[in-house]
Ligand binder design. Structure first.
Ligand SMILES: NC(=O)c1ccc[n+]([C@@H]2O[C@H](COP(=O)([O-])OP(=O)(O)OC[C@H]3O[C@@H](n4cnc5c(N)ncnc54)[C@H](O)[C@@H]3O)[C@@H](O)[C@H]2O)c1
Length: 371
């Protein structure tokens, strides 16, 4: 993710020529060659192994935190306490307490915090939100959000930080369901209560012999338990009264980045799938029965689409969602007012995820607890 942030900053002037031009000053990775390679590739002046050098550098005004989840709280609070703006990856720490610690420090310091809930940045998702807000689908009644992946489906997938509670948190809940919950909140509003079930389907994995990156294989080594969830299915009652499901899995063979939603209202429906990023399936009208479902392509009027392409139906990609995120982050700094997903969204999402975990323990409906 550090690479994705670095290239998003570099592409800002290509797509948003009026935006401030960030200069990449330094890259930190605790593995020296990773820092040196990345600094060379992305044109940073310095490569360091200790992230504190970046926090203490007075020339640096903003920092991206793309380290594993267990480091988010320590690095994130140090960044904002140094008066620097922060772009931090989801899920923002291991739990609600970590996200709240960063939120409070940022509020005290008056700095901007952007969070990596990138799927809400897709122009087609902006178009879906517009359809909902303008009442084209009637009153929203029910919806289905899915985030299915195979990144941990291989039984020889290495036991990286992602599978340990102390370093990765609650597994697929923070990793993928958090994206789903953010989209639920962004498109349909607050969550009132949840009931949920989770499972671990690959109970142990091989300990890797060295540092990992991404989703590596590691066979033959000592095997240790997977400590957090592979799969979650949650039913949500929304404050609006709508009913909604969120399903997320990291072990679904045959599913690669199968992320999307189907939202139903009293007069229509809208559906989006990340793998067809620029398309919405829309049924809007007054027929109720046998109403046609049509394809509506994202175009220059939707979200930030016009910064990339001049006409509809030119497919964008994942990296473009991060360029949009970088632009919103810079806008937040320039205007001193939040644009895009913020630390408040991370806190609210973590509260829903925590209610999901509580529901798994109690077996009943649980409400997100605000602090
Ligand atoms: N928004 C998204 O779609 C998305 C996608 C993938 C990952 N993420 C998030 O990004 C974060 C990183 O995930 P990843 O897949 O890039 O992980 P990764 O394991 O591939 O990379 C983590 C990097 O951090 C480095 N690192 C570890 N400890 C460090 C330290 N003390 N100081 C400096 N660097 C250190 C590692 O050497 C490695 O290069 C996670 O929070 C994850 O949830 C978000």
């Amino acid at each position: 993710m550090g690479r994705v942030h670095a290239q998003a900053y570099a592409r800002l002037p290509h797509h948003f020529p009026d935006s401030a031009r960030p200069e990449l000053v330094a890259i930190a990775d605790d593995i020296p060659e990773r820092a040196v390679d990345a600094a060379r590739q992305f044109g940073a002046r310095a490569a360091v192994t200790g992230w504190r050098a970046i926090v203490h550098d007075p020339k640096i005004r903003a920092v991206s935190v793309t380290a594993p989840n267990f480091l988010h709280r320590e690095i994130g609070t140090a960044v904002v306490n140094a008066g620097k703006h922060l772009w931090i990856e989801k899920p923002v720490g291991l739990n609600v307490s970590d996200a709240v610690a960063i939120a409070r420090a940022a509020q005290r310091q008056g700095v901007s915090v952007a969070v990596g809930f990138n799927y809400r940045n897709a122009p087609a998702v902006a178009a879906a939100r517009d359809l909902i807000e303008t009442g084209r689908l009637g009153t929203i009644t029910h919806a289905r959000f899915y985030f299915l992946s195979d990144y941990a489906a291989h039984p020889d997938g290495a036991l990286s930080w992602r599978f340990q509670r102390a370093r990765g948190g609650n597994g697929v809940l923070g990793d993928l369901a958090s994206h789903g919950v953010d989209l639920v909140r962004y498109l349909l509003g607050d969550v009132d209560s949840v009931v949920a079930d989770t499972a671990i389907f690959v109970p142990e994995r091989s300990v890797p012999s060295g540092a990992t990156s991404g989703h590596q294989l590691a066979s033959g080594g000592q095997r240790e338990p997977v400590e957090n969830e592979d799969y979650v299915f949650a039913q949500l009652r929304l404050a609006s009264g709508a009913r909604c499901t969120v399903e997320a899995s990291r072990v679904s063979v045959g599913e690669q980045n199968a992320y999307g939603f189907e939202i139903h209202g009293t007069t229509g429906m809208v559906a989006w799938d990340f793998r067809r990023i620029g398309e919405l399936r829309v049924a809007a009208g007054s027929a109720f029965q046998d109403q046609a479902t049509t394809t509506r392509y994202a175009g220059p009027g939707d979200g930030e689409y016009a910064a990339f392409q001049p006409a509809s139906a030119m497919a964008m990609g994942y990296d473009e969602l991060k360029v949009i995120e970088a632009h919103r982050f810079v806008q937040s700094i320039e205007t001193n007012s939040p644009v895009g997903a913020t630390i408040s969204d991370a806190v609210a999402t973590a509260q829903v995820i925590e209610a999901i975990s509580t529901s798994v323990r109690t077996g009943g409906w649980e409400k997100p607890q605000s602090v």
